[in-house]
Every structure is written in structure tokens, then in C-alpha cells.
Write a protein that binds this ligand. Structure first.
Ligand code: SF4
Ligand code: MSK
Length: 662
């Protein structure tokens, strides 16, 4: 066993029931730990007490006069760094840098997809799968499409979007779903993003030693930068992926570690960028490779996903999901994985030494995420399918090296309904359109359910797992409380996988719902928790909220909707939370961000932002209390839709104005 992977002898195996709600995770952790393997929970425990200064955001190492650790208590201890930066300056700069890194990750992903769109040709590996979306987006970017070849339009669109990354003048293109009232709020507060790369560069400049030293200005810059993620990089990543790989539609599949198949060549896809995983999916269907898988003695090729790549291929192809962020190591620990293929983001460096304890090939494919001790096969988008076939071949040929006596796969998998892109949701809503709405193909029925109060509100529960919290428990507890109170829930990222494992993406979950939500689910034939995709697909949620606000003539901040990231860990989550709040949607964080050493920054985020953008952050680690606060906030925000409902009730023929069945 690799020395780097061994659990030190004096370290004891943790009580598995404390690490995760999920039984498959508990079982696999226990086996891994008993076999001397080291996983995220063991490493978290080994850190013992984590650094309090870092935790509160008051340690600065921005220049080499530091690091400077200042006191988080006003008036007590050292109050300033060498340059005179206070806790407020240090914590706000730290926050801004998290937003910059998160925005960079999503936006670089979006840029890569835009480059793939630019490279397509009729005889190439990548094709146009959603022509309608291509034309709609081309119109939004002001591109003339009449009489033009579809590939020429795609190239023009990708160039226009790539221009928005470095636009030298003016402002980047914003989605058409954005209500005018929201744009006005941004204009008033100088929050309109100029260009995606420019925002990241500018905020890094502003956080450089000797620049912005004012917490409020720093948070404002953070908001502007985050918008270039949600409405720029992530939006491009999602929409252009739909053009290239297809817009997801509802489907059923199985999730959890039990989808790893003892008799097959198991290939785990992990990361975020679908341009790689799409080609691996195609390669795994290649007749020659399928035959090779049989020749080596297996029953075939079993592709499974993890984290957001898992979400991408699940939503578009029904590829089973083996797990979320906190199960990445456990996949390898089953001993049945021939290859784990990764691209970018959320990939533990620990996977490389862990893979060496088994026969697993841990294959990195991107120069953005090279990892020591991994096998590296650079993915070439211009020779994509051949490259993907080569990677799949490595996995198949590795099957013979599997030690069957090391194989242990927890027998847990959950059937889930997924694939609720905005278009997928609208298709379902068409089932409840009646004579009043007359608008099939819109979110009108959903908007009217919110107005009538059949649904009290809607919540986006998103984000990661974090070993500071018993895995999945906060996501699941919060979601169940919301369902019981007629709040419909949409999920993305690892929160979606948590919901899936807990059976919440199924019709069976209707048993957790209040009366109104139950009716909506039955009529629209949907589960009460809708899987909308990966982390970049939070941009789908922004579009959904924007469209509903436009239908009702309201600002996004006037809708009874909230966001929640109860187990977040990533800088991307900070960018997401910031653009959600800047969009006018309250956001609940179940892991406290590293800003509490500054009362000023904490006050801005959890209080004062409401004055400028109509929403704020709530820091609440207890999911039950978070649910209570969310419900109270939703009722507060219902004032605007209640007013619309009162107007509606005074309209003659009111009875006809209710969506069918309500
Ligand atoms: Fe210390 Fe100021 Fe340098 Fe930060 S920027 S490390 S507070 S001297
Ligand atoms: S993968 S960012 S752990 S949601 Fe998008 Fe999951 Fe969070 Fe990574």
C-alpha cells in the first residue's frame, strides 16, 4: 500500500454513522478504513482543530510583509496587519478572492465549451444537437441568422460569446430572461458586469496589497464579478452545452455506489466539463471497444458518473451516477473501478495514491488539473473521439488486473427522475395549462401556482458536501421541511445527488409534501424535487426565476424564492451564492463563510445587502432552523404575489383563472 494513503496505526476508524446519512457511504467508508485506507473524513479528523484565524477570515498573506493574523475581536489584541489592513479589509479581500476563483472556474469551463462550439463542423465529432436553442441564443446575441448555414451561425455565436470574455468596451450580453427591474437595480448600484475575464482581473487587482481597503466597495466588486459568472461563464457553459450535447429532458436512472457493476469494466467519469464525458459516452458505444470488453472476460462497459460530470451525463444520456463529491474516493475503494477519468474541479489529489492501492488507472485529461502520480492523457478536442476511445481502451485493458478478492460494492442504488432543464419543466407544465393561461410553452402555470398560494414558494438547494457536516444530512433535512410546507425544490450539483440517494427525486417523495405541492406534482407528473443539473446549471435556475418574474411583472427579489447551500465547500459556491443574492434571491449558507472575524463584512452580507439588491445571506448551520427561517422569509416575500392574487380575485370569471385542477 502506498505510504501516502495508509491510515496511521494509532488512528481509529470513525463511527461510520457520523460521517454520512447515506448507508452506502457508511458501509464503504467502514470497509475502506478497516482496510487501512485514508479518506476525507480521516484527514479531516487528523487536522484536529482547524485554524480559527483562517476560519474567521482574519489571516492575510497577500504580501510578503505578512502573513498577518489580526484579532477577530474588535478592540482586543492585534487589530491591524503591517500595512494597517483591519479585519474588515482582510476578510472582505478574502471573500472577493473566493468569488474571483469561483467565477474563474465556471467561466473557464464556459469558455472551453464556447471553443468546442467554434470547432464544430458537419463531419466532426461534435455536432449541433439543439438547433432551436442555437437560433434563440444567436438572436439574443444579435446575430443575423436568415439564410445562413447552421454551422456558420454556431461559429458566429461562439465568437460573439468569446468576445464577451474580453470585451474591451461596453457591457457583456445578458440573458433575455432578466427582468428590466433587476437590470435597473444593477445599474443603480454599478453592478453591471463589463466582460467576464475583465471582472476577474479587476477584482484581483482590487484585492492586491495597497488597493481597495473598504469592505463595502469590496463586496460590491464581488457582486459584479459574480454576475459575470452566473449570467456569463456559467450561462454560456450551460446553454452552449445544450446546443452541442442536447438539452436535458426528464428520464429515470439509478444512483449510488451500487451502480458499479462487479461483472463489467467500470469507468468512473468525474469533474465538470461535458466535452470530455460526451466523447467517452460515444466511445463506450463503439462496437470494437464493446467487443474488446467481452474479450477481456467482462460482461461489457459500465460508465458511471460522479459529481457534476455525473450530473451532465446523467441528465443527457441516462448514465448512472455512482455518487457525489464525498463518494469519489469510495468509488475507487470498491476495488472494481478500472479507470477514473477526470477533467477539472472538485477532484481530490488523494485519488492518485488511493488508486495505487488498487488496479485503478486514475487518468487526468486537462492541463488545468494535472495531479502528481496520475496517468495523464491530454484530451484533444480536435481529435476528440479517437482520444476518448484511447482512454476507454486503457480502462478495458486494465480489467485483467482487477483483484476480484478486493472487490466490495455496497448494494445500494436508488431510482430517480432527473433531467429537468427549463425546457423539460415547461413540457411538464404543459400538462396543466388550461383555458386561462392559453400559453403552452411557458412557466405561466408555475407562476400562477405561486400567486394562488398553492405553492407557497420555491427553493434552489444546491452545492457540495463538506466533512464539517454529516454528509447529505443538512440537504435532506432542509428539503423535507420545505416539501412539507408546500415549497417546491429544485436541486443541482452534489445536493441533487444527496436528494437522489435519499429517494427525494422520485414519486415516492410526494409523501413528504403538503397538500398544495402534492397536487402540483400529481397534475404535472413531476417529483417534488427537480434535478436541474450541475453547478454551472444554476444558471438555469436564474433563467427560471427571471422568466417567472417577467410573467408576473415583478422583480426577481419580489418572488417567494430562496437559495440554500447547506453543505458547501467550494469557492464556486461563494460565487454562486453571491450572484444569487445579487439577483435578489436570499441565500442560506449552512457552512459559515470565513468572514465572521469582521463584524462589518458579516453585517454587509447578512443585513445591508438587502438595501441595495433586495436580498441577503443568512448563515445558519442547523437545517431545521434554516427551514423555519426560509419559510418565514418566503411568507414575508409573498406580499407581492399576494397582491397580484387579490387583484386576480376581483376579476370577473375568476374561477376560470385557476390552472386546471387547482
Ligand atoms: Fe499583512 Fe497588509 Fe501584507 Fe496583508 S497586505 S500580509 S495585512 S502587510
Ligand atoms: S461538484 S462544486 S462539490 S456541488 Fe459541481 Fe459538487 Fe460542489 Fe463540486
Amino acid at each position: 500500500m502506498d505510504e501516502k494513503t495508509k491510515v496511521p496505526e494509532e488512528k481509529k476508524v470513525l463511527d461510520e454513522t457520523t460521517i454520512s446519512l447515506d448507508l452506502a457511504t457508511q458501509e464503504m467508508y467502514k470497509k475502506a478504513a478497516e482496510n487501512g485506507l485514508d479518506t476525507m473524513w480521516d484527514r479531516k479528523a487528523a487536522l484536529k482543530t482547524q485554524c480559527g484565524f483562517g476560519e474567521q477570515g482574519v489571516c492575510c498573506r497577500i504580501c510578503q510583509m505578512g502573513p498577518c493574523r489580526v484579532s477577530p475581536i474588535p478592540g482586543k489584541g492585534v487589530q491591524k496587519g503591517v500595512c494597517g489592513a483591519t479585519a474588515d479589509v482582510i476578510a472582505s479581500r478574502h471573500y472577493a478572492r473566493m468569488v474571483a476563483a469561483g467565477t474563474s472556474a465556471h467561466s473557464d469551463h464556459g469558455r472551453h465549451i464556447a471553443h468546442v462550439l467554434h470547432s464544430i463542423r458537419p463531419d466532426g465529432d461534435y455536432k449541433i444537437k439543439d438547433e432551436k436553442k442555437l437560433l434563440n441564443l444567436a438572436a439574443a446575441w444579435g446575430i443575423e441568422t436568415e439564410g445562413k448555414d447552421i454551422y456558420a451561425i454556431a461559429h458566429e455565436l461562439s465568437e460573439a460569446a468569446l468576445y464577451d470574455f474580453g470585451r474591451p468596451f461596453g457591457n457583456m450580453t445578458l440573458p433575455t430572461s432578466l427582468p428590466e427591474q433587476r437590470k435597473a437595480v444593477w445599474q443603480k448600484n454599478k453592478l453591471q458586469p463589463e466582460a467576464i475575464d475583465k471582472e476577474v482581473v479587476s477584482i484581483l487587482h482590487a484585492t492586491h496589497m495597497g488597493c481597495t481597503a473598504d469592505a463595502e466597495s469590496m463586496i460590491n466588486l464581488s457582486m459584479r464579478t459574480s454576475l459575470s459568472d452566473g449570467y456569463g461563464g456559467s450561462y454560456i457553459g450551460t446553454q452552449f452545452s445544450d446546443i452541442l450535447f442536447g438539452t436535458p429532458m426528464p428520464r429515470e436512472l439509478e444512483m449510488n455506489l451500487g451502480v458499479i457493476d462487479k461483472g463489467m469494466v467500470n469507468i468512473v467519469l468525474h469533474g465538470h466539463d461535458p466535452s470530455l464525458s460526451e466523447m467517452i459516452v460515444l466511445a463506450s458505444e463503439d462496437p470494437e471497444l464493446k467487443a474488446l470488453a467481452k474479450e477481456v472476460g467482462s460482461e461489457g462497459i459500465n460508465l458511471v458518473g460522479v459529481c457534476c460530470t455525473g450530473n451532465e451525463v446523467a441528465m443527457r444520456h441516462g448514465i448512472k451516477t455512482a455518487g457525489s463529491f464525498n463518494q469519489q474516493e469510495l468509488c475507487i475503494a470498491t476495488g472494481a473501478v478500472e479507470a477514473m477519468i477526470v477533467d477539472v474541479q472538485c477532484i481530490f489529489p488523494a485519488l492518485a495514491p488511493l488508486a495505487k492501492c488498487f488496479h485503478t488507472k486514475f487518468i487526468t485529461t486537462s492541463s488545468t488539473a494535472r495531479i502528481t502520480d496520475a496517468m495523464h492523457i491530454e484530451f484533444d478536442k480536435d481529435n476528440a473521439l479517437e482520444c476518448a476511445k484511447g482512454i476507454v481502451r486503457v480502462a478495458i485493458e486494465n480489467y485483467k488486473n482487477r483483484a476480484q478478492d478486493k472487490v466490495s460494492i455496497p448494494d445500494y442504488k436508488q431510482v430517480s427522475r432527473i433531467g429537468y432543464s427549463n425546457e423539460g419543466i415547461i413540457n411538464q407544465l404543459n400538462l396543466v395549462v388550461n383555458s386561462y393561461t392559453h400559453k403552452p410553452g411557458t412557466f405561466e402555470p408555475l407562476a400562477q401556482c405561486l400567486v394562488s398560494g398553492v405553492l407557497r414558494g420555491a427553493a434552489g438547494v444546491v452545492g457540495c458536501n463538506n466533512p464539517k457536516i454529516k454528509g447529505d444530512s443538512s440537504h435532506v433535512t432542509l428539503i423535507k421541511e420545505l416539501l412539507a410546507n408546500d415549497v417546491i425544490v429544485v436541486v443541482t450539483g452534489c445536493a441533487a445527488q444527496a436528494a437522489s440517494k435519499a429517494g427525494l427525486l422520485s414519486d415516492d417523495a410526494i409523501k413528504y409534501c403538503g397538500e398544495g405541492l402534492r397536487k402540483v406534482c400529481e397534475l404535472a407528473d413531476i417529483p417534488p424535487v427537480l434535478h436541474m443539473g450541475s453547478c454551472v446549471d444554476n444558471s438555469r435556475i436564474l433563467n427560471l426565476v427571471g422568466e417567472v418574474a417577467k410573467i408576473l411583472g415583478l422583480d426577481m427579489s419580489e418572488l417567494p424564492v430562496v437559495g440554500a447551500a447547506m453543505e458547501w465547500m467550494s469557492e464556486k459556491a461563494v460565487a454562486i451564492g453571491t450572484y444569487v443574492v445579487t439577483s435578489g434571491i436570499d441565500t442560506f449558507l449552512g457552512v459559515i463563510p470565513s468572514v465572521t472575524g469582521s463584524p462589518e463584512v458579516t453585517d454587509i452580507l447578512t443585513n445591508r445587502l438587502e438595501n441595495s439588491v433586495g436580498a441577503k445571506f443568512f448563515f445558519e448551520t442547523n437545517p431545521e432552523i434554516a427551514a423555519e427561517k426560509i419559510l418565514a422569509r418566503i411568507e414575508e416575500k409573498r406580499t407581492h404575489v399576494d397582491a397580484l392574487n387579490n387583484q386576480r380575485m376581483n376579476v370577473p370569471g375568476y374561477d376560470d383563472l385557476t390552472p386546471a385542477g387547482f
